[in-house]
Each structure stands twice: as structure tokens, then as C-alpha cells.
Ligand binder design. Structure first.
Ligand code: A2P
Length: 282
């Protein structure tokens, strides 16, 4: 969607034709339902790990007026705030207005990115604690992909536990590879510190395909199995902080459970013990 105009005979310059356009630099398909991609980052964009922005494509022309409007959805930024580019992790919905088209982007294409990051899954919305839990289902892993690469996560807590529940094993791959890269990547080791990285615990589970740990995280917590596996006590408002991002039913169920453990929902303006954000679907 770039117009190539010749400035001189020797040099062609790309002129963005979209408002707030950013260029796709990489696309990776993880399963037939999931993909991630990276885009250029606007020079002025500052964000806090865990926040989201509106991204999308130009919609089809209105049949009456012929005018095109941007088709935008909220997407958590999956890359850390120090990264030069921005990364996103997305579901593909075959008849979804945006993702049915977004799934076909290629490096060099442009997307629209409104540079106004917002969100509740930020460290500022939590009071200091000893252990932080990141609870994700499906593409709800995205904001944690950012937070897990943020040195502050490890500076603020003695222990960092990320749980990820998906239907099938293949849906865990993006998260599993990210955890692996955090543990192995020299740049991340330098940034976060080798000692600090030992604080990271990863607890993946599946519900519809056999894997080493099966079951919904909510059920595994209720039965106590998750705490036994991890060798930690059930959550308490004194020690534990939590961030939740998944499908609506999961968010509601976990919110109720966290309240049951005595944790209270926080916000940027009033930090407390846990925060929730939903994974946005097409
Ligand atoms: P399940 O297979 O038992 O429904 P989805 O792809 O539908 O968004 O689901 C992602 C994962 O979240 C699935 O493993 C699903 O389990 C799980 N899940 C769905 N609802 C809940 C809930 N209320 N509590 C815990 N996990 C849930």
C-alpha cells in the first residue's frame, strides 16, 4: 500500500498512504488460529509494559459514499518498552472483520497504529508485594510477553509466575519459545540479570489435548494442585499480586477467586493487589 514516487531518477521514496501508518517487519504463523507480527515503532511512542494500542487496516469503501474508514481493534503490545520495534500476538478469526484480513499481512505492508497506549495491566496499578502471578489464556499471553521482558518485573518481585492455559499444545508455542528466549538470550540476561531470571516460573496447561499438565488453571488452583506443583502457598493479600488476561469467562472466574483469596482489584489511580484485562477478540 505504498505509493512509490520518484524524487530523482536515482532515488525512490515510500510515502505512507495510511494515517498513523507503520510498516510490518516480520510475520510468524504459530498455528492455523494464531500468528504474531512485528512493526516499526513510531519514534515518539512511549508506553508502559502491559499496555495496549488500537491497530488495524483501512476498511472497505462505504458503498454509498465510497469513503474508507479505519478498522481498528485493541491489541496488547507484546514487546517490551525498550524494544526498537513493536510486536503483537493475534488470533485469526476466519470471518472476523479485522483478523480475516490482518492474518495475510506480509513484511513491507502497512498497518494503522494509533500511538495512544493505555491499559490496566501495569506495575503502577499494583501495590508492592513478594510474588507476582501472570494468569493468561490463549492470546491473553501478549501483555505478559511484554512484562516478562521488562527488568522492573524482576526488580519489584522475589518470584514471577506465569500460567498459560490453552486448548491445544500448539497454542502454547509462542509463550514457550518466549520463555525459552528469556532464559537464553544474552541481551535479556544482561538487561534483567542472570540472578533475577531465576525468579521466573512457567506453568503451561492444556484443556483439550494431552500435555504434561492438563486442566484449566482455575480448577488446578481450586484443587490445590497448581500450588503443590509450584511449591508455593495459595495466594494471600500480604504476599501475592496478580495480573489476569484471557477470555471473558476466565477473567470473571479468576477475579472471583482472587477476591476469595482476599486480593482487591487495583487501577492506575488506586493501586491494589490484582488487575484484569480482557484479551481482545475480533
Ligand atoms: P476449555 O477448553 O476447558 O474451554 P478459548 O480458546 O476458548 O479462549 O480458551 C482458551 C483456554 O481457556 C482453554 O484452554 C479454555 O478451556 C480455557 N478457559 C475457558 N474458560 C475458562 C474459565 N472460565 N476458566 C478457566 N479457563 C477457561
Amino acid at each position: 500500500m505504498n505509493e512509490i514516487i520518484n524524487v530523482t531518477e536515482a532515488k525512490a521514496v515510500k510515502v505512507p498512504t495510511l494515517p498513523d501508518a507503520q510498516t510490518v517487519t516480520q510475520v510468524k504463523h504459530w498455528t492455523d488460529r494464531l500468528f504474531s507480527f512485528r512493526v516499526t515503532r513510531p519514534a515518539s511512542l512511549r508506553f508502559r509494559s502491559g499496555e495496549f494500542v488500537m491497530i488495524g487496516l483501512m476498511g472497505d469503501p462505504d458503498p454509498k459514499t465510497g469513503k474508507q474508514k479505519p478498522l481498528l481493534r485493541a491489541y496488547s503490545i507484546a514487546s517490551p518498552s525498550w524494544d526498537e520495534e513493536l510486536e503483537f500476538y493475534s488470533i485469526k478469526v476466519q470471518d472476523g472483520p479485522l483478523t480475516s484480513r490482518l492474518q495475510h499481512i506480509q513484511p513491507g505492508d502497512e498497518i494503522i497504529l494509533r500511538p495512544k497506549p493505555v491499559g490496566t495491566l501495569v506495575h503502577d496499578a499494583l501495590l508492592p508485594g513478594k510474588r507476582i502471578w501472570f494468569f493468561a489464556t490463549g492470546t491473553g499471553f501478549a501483555p505478559f510477553a511484554s512484562l516478562l521482558r521488562d527488568p522492573q518485573t524482576y526488580e519489584d518481585y522475589d518470584e514471577v509466575i506465569i500460567t498459560h492455559t490453552c486448548r491445544e499444545v500448539g497454542e502454547l508455542t509462542y509463550g514457550a519459545e518466549l520463555i525459552e528466549s528469556i532464559r537464553k538470550d544474552e541481551l535479556l540476561q544482561e538487561l534483567i540479570g542472570e540472578e533475577n531470571l531465576k525468579k521466573l516460573r512457567y506453568y503451561p496447561t492444556t484443556t483439550r489435548e494431552t500435555s504434561p499438565k492438563m486442566g484449566r488453571i482455575t480448577d488446578l488452583m481450586r484443587s490445590g494442585e497448581a500450588f503443590t506443583d509450584l511449591g508455593v502457598a495459595p495466594l494471600s493479600p500480604e504476599n501475592d499480586r496478580a495480573m489476569v488476561c484471557g477470555n471473558l469467562a476466565f477473567n470473571l472466574e479468576l477475579k472471583e477467586m482472587l477476591e476469595g483469596y482476599g486480593l482487591r482489584e487495583g487501577a492506575n489511580s488506586a493501586p491494589k493487589e490484582y488487575v484484569v484485562e480482557k484479551a481482545f477478540l475480533d
